[in-house]
Design a protein around this ligand. Structure first.
Ligand code: NCD
Length: 317
């Protein structure tokens, strides 16, 4: 594998393989020395055109644990704000010797363009492109589901038999898209819940069941309820009457949370709008995997960097 741009083109075997390598990476976290020498002498560049806290820190920490040299580049305060293009920025990074470029960009398709326009030879890892895809987020979500379901005995397994309900701002969510492709490839049954205004055009062609209301989906006793952030920064119109109305109809309120089964996992990719899509009662409960998702994100990104960068080194050696 040269790049990780999307979960759509991952087959079951490759996806399970990434989760298994992430499990090996997780074992190193308990060691006295957590660093592996795998990417020594290699350079990983984090190229962030959009704000990010956890994804940027997570990739940075993953690359450092593999002993790579890490350069983090935020568009704010750089020549990008002077109008420098993605192409010029990428070529500059390539000239500095980047082996892998982790890119987050507001344009859907930006990572694909970076990988395939012929500007650079580096491996490209999509850390979120517009409303399109966020593959490492879906992989860390799948890892977290598998870990909660099977514990230490999860190697080689997929998510067959699991029912996952994804709720909220689907139209703006690259997390939802990447999860739909990956979770269905891994055998899970996926349901989406959103007001009609927050559903993307063409959703009827996706391998999911769509609900306009939350209650009927929760009545299915899902194994996982994944709440999505309302992405106000991408909304240039009113998609629902008010925050209070949204929380009442589509939020995981304390009451709805209390009615979930005892083993239902509550997930959220972060950052959370508490009181809007999720109540603190749900977010801070033992059912919540919000912090486990952050921890697991580092292992998944280590696994992907290892596969792409070290894997290609071995192949060309
Ligand atoms: C997500 C993103 O940026 O797409 N967050 C993340 O990576 N942790 C989801 C979001 O911003 O709501």
């Amino acid at each position: 594998m040269k790049h990780l741009l999307s979960t759509r083109d991952l087959d079951r075997e490759t996806a399970v393989g990434i989760l298994d390598i992430a499990e090996d990476m997780a074992l190193t976290a308990d060691r006295e020395v957590r660093k592996l020498p795998t990417l020594r002498g290699r350079t990983v560049v984090n190229l962030f055109f959009e704000d990010s806290t956890r994804t940027r820190l997570s990739f940075e920490s993953a690359a450092k644990r593999l002993s790579a040299d890490v350069i983090t580049f935020s568009a704010k305060g750089s020549s990008v704000s002077k109008g420098e293009s993605l192409k010029d920025t990428a070529q500059t990074l390539q000239a500095m010797g980047a082996d892998a470029i982790v890119v987050r960009h507001h344009g859907s398709g930006a990572a694909h363009q970076l990988a395939h326009a012929g500007w650079i030879d580096a491996h490209v890892l999509n850390a979120g492109d517009g409303t399109h895809e966020h593959p490492t987020q879906a992989l860390l979500d799948a890892f977290t589901m598998r870990q909660r379901r099977y514990g230490a005995d999860s190697r080689g397994r997929d998510l067959s038999g699991m029912r996952v309900v994804i709720v909220g701002d689907i139209v703006h969510s690259r997390v939802a898209r990447s999860n739909v492709w990956l979770l269905t490839t891994l055998g899970a049954e996926v349901h989406l819940v959103a007001p009609r205004t927050l559903l993307p055009a063409g959703v009827e062609t996706w391998p999911v069941t769509v609900h306009e209301h939350l209650e009927p989906a929760l009545a299915l006793r899902p194994d996982v309820v994944m709440m999505l952030r309302i992405q106000q920064e991408r909304m240039h119109a009113a998609f629902f009457p008010s925050g209070r109305e949204y929380a009442r109809e589509w939020g995981l309120t304390a009451e709805r949370f209390a009615a979930l089964g005892p083993d239902t996992m509550v997930m959220h990719p972060g950052p959370m709008n508490r009181g809007l899509e999720i109540s603190s009662a749900a977010a801070d409960s033992s059912a919540s995997t919000v912090l486990a998702q952050v921890t697991n994100g580092v292992f998944i990104r280590m696994a992907v960097l290892y596969l792409l960068v070290a894997g290609s080194q071995e192949a060309s050696a």
